[in-house]
Structure formats: structure tokens, C-alpha cells
Design a protein around this ligand. Sequence first.
Ligand SMILES: *Cc1c(COP(=O)(O)O)cnc(C)c1O
Length: 474
Amino acid sequence: MPNSSTSSPPPLRTAGQQLRRRSWAEPWKIKMVEPIRLTTADQRAAALTAAGYNTFLLRSEDVYIDLLTDSGTSAMSDWQWAGLMLGDEAYAGSKNFYHLEDTVRRHYGYRHLIPTHQGRGAEHILSQILIRPGDTVPGNMYFTTTRYHQEHAGARFVDVVIDAAHDPADPHPFKGNVDLAKLEHVLTTAERVPYVCLAATVNMAGGQPVSLANARAVRELCSRHGVPVMLDATRAVENAWFIKCREPGCADRTCADILREFCSYTDGCTMSGKKDPLVNIGGWLSLNDDALADKARNLVVVYEGLHTYGGMAGRDMEAMARGIEESVQDDHMRARVGQVEYLGELLQSAGVPIVVPVGGHAIYLDARRFYPDMPQDQFPAQMLAAELYLDAGVRAMERGIVSAGRDVRTGQHHFPKLELVRLTIPRRVYTQAHMDVVAESVEAVYHQPRKPRGLRMVYEPEYLRFFQARFEPI
Ligand SMILES: *Cc1c(COP(=O)(O)O)cnc(C)c1O
């Protein structure tokens, strides 16, 4: 399976003492399969029209290889499935809650665990208990639901990620890092900053990591200003893997060990269990502060459920506790990030413009360079995602002007620097052959002799429009 230069076994010495690269394979074998089918070009054209050129509105049955998202699409292990049978479905005090609480404490290190139905549930609670109207929340690039909840609570989001994050060709190894000067400026000029939002990895920049040194520096700067740091821990284990591979002095440490140190620089986290923790639904809010945790536990009963289940069944909490345990294993992360890297290498060697370095959960195609003549308000990334589906039934997601939404004050589109299409790799789901098919399809679309015209938006929902907007070709 994926050959990768990162953390492969030691090179093999042949008789002639030449170095030969050694392959490694996933640390699992397949026990159960789910059939998928390739549709005809006519069927795909009809499905795309019915979906208003929005890949979120396609039926999954019409998709061959589904790279829409890595959210809730992971394959669970036999140990996780066995855990489902041990669900304690008591309304209050389920033993699975205590197992989850213990697992989160052990690996993430926070004192309090408040379960939620998924990540945005935790974002909602955190925003409501910390933000007052007129506040400013700095963060290393926005995320759609995170920023929505911050703004909904009355805050203004300010991006403090380093400039390199906005340049798809900049090879910086930690493109998710916070620009400390930008952050200091916000901390000294804003009227009130309730907390700093630190995301690791940074989804919207291409799954780019934050270094340990940067997290430590953010902590020090925020402590001087008396401002807490809240981690978006959604892919913090993938972030730890990058630290192990790229940060000086970390190569011999385990992911689990790095994760603990990283989290120790923050005061709490929001978590989507649908990413790193290898489950199909779930999430949590973690906090170290006792009084704040009481507030959160009080609010969670209003929106999610009692504070010992927060919208999850007992069996879901058990599967998540076990998923966390598996997710922090180095062997798992080597295969997970290694598969993304494999697809990235195929595309780069075919000359396809992608965001570099390749991030943890996805490949991001640079749609501007696929369609250099298409204006951004004719949605080049949306069009590219549609063309990929038409070519071979691969489903991807727009991460450009549609996802960026409108400015809440002026009502104008945000015009993000990055106009990307995301090929997101579910965990433990597809094989190397699937990656080969995807790479060939992307290459075919990139070299299409006749470029499509842009799209026009014919329906725009008020919130998080990328999920449900509809389009027509111009
Ligand atoms: C998915 C995600 C969220 C929201 O989590 P949900 O479980 O989808 O509600 C928040 N932040 C980041 C970085 C994410 O990728």
C-alpha cells in the first residue's frame, strides 16, 4: 500500500549495497465490504442537474468514490463495533460516559468533558457561555460552523493565521501557525477578546498543521493578556503526526505524547468526533475551568441533552472512546496521513495544481489554475467539483467563495484568496486503487481541451449557503 518517504521502515540493503525504498501497508485488513457502482455519463449528468450543481445535494447512491468529506465517514474497527453492543442506555450516568471521560482526560488532558451531538453543538455552547455582543475572537483562519456560532453570539472573527496559509504554493511546514504579531495587535486593540480560537490542523488552509513551538508561544502571549486559548481539536491527532514528522526534536516521540503536550497549552477544546475519533457521529466540549464547565453543563441540557450524554446514545460514546484510543496510535496515523500523501504525490507528478504541502485529511485542488479565465463570482471551484463528478463519479467539495459566504455587515460575498476543491479522504475506507482512479480522473479534468463556462447561483440559503445552494451553468 502507500509508498511514502515519511516514516517508512528503514531502507533495504541489497547485495550490491544499493538503497531500495521499503513499502508499508495499512495496519488492518478488510472484514466487511460495501458495494459501490460506477454510473454512466448520462446518469451523472442527470443527477448533477437534479442536484443544482451542488455535490452536497447528490444522492450517495449516484456517487462512485465519495470524497465529499472525512466527517463521520470513517470505517469503525471490529473493537468499536463490539463496543456498540456494550451500550449502557441509562438516561443518566451511563458507564460509557465515564469511559469516554476517562479516555479524553488521558489523551487530551482536560479536566471536564461535556458531550455534544457533534462539533457544532460544542461550538454553540462555548460561544454562548464566553462571548458577549461586540467581542472580537481571533483565530488561525475561520471555519464555517465555528465562525457562524461566534458571530451568532455577537462576536467579530479576525483571522490571525500566518500569510503563508493564504498562498497555495508556499511550502512552509506549519502553514497553520498563528502570526504572533497579528494576534498581539488584536489583543492590544480590541475592546474585549473572550478567547483565542486555535485550530489544529487548519481545515480551510488545506489541513495544515500548527507547530508545538507556535502553540506554546500563543499560550505565553495569551497568558500575558489574561485571555484563554480554546482549541478546535477536530484533527489535533493528525496535527501531532505532522509535528512528529516535521518539528525538530519530535521524531522519537509518540503522537499520543505530542497530543498531550499540545493540548496542555490550551484551556479547553471543541471536538467533532466525526474526524480524528473515528466515529460516524458525536462530539464534545472540554474545559479546565470548574465554573465555566458548570455553565456549559447547564446550557447543554437545553440544547443537546443531559450532561452525561449530550445527544449521543451510550453505544455512540463507547464507540468514540474506543475510536480515540485507536486514533492516537502512530501506526494508524502513518497510514491515514500517508494515504493522503500518496494521492498528493500522484497528482503532483501529473502536474496538477494542488495546495502544498499536502495536508492531513485532504488534497486541495487550486481551481483558479484549472480555470484561469473564470471570474471568482462565477464559482470556479463549484464548477470544478461538478466536472469531477461528471468525469468519473468522484464527489468532492467546494472550498472557495461559496463556502466563504457573505459579510454579515455589507451583505457582499467574502472573496477568499483561496478558491479550492477539496478531495477529502475518509479514514480506513478506500484502497490505493481507489486513489489511482481519483488521480486519473482529476488529471483528465485538468487537461480537458474545452473549459466549461462558470455557474450562476439560482438559490441561496441564508446560513452556511454551501450546503444547500443551487446553481445553473451560464
Ligand atoms: C467538522 C469541523 C467542525 C464541526 O464539527 P461537526 O461535527 O461537523 O459539527 C469544526 N471545526 C472543524 C475544523 C471541522 O473540520
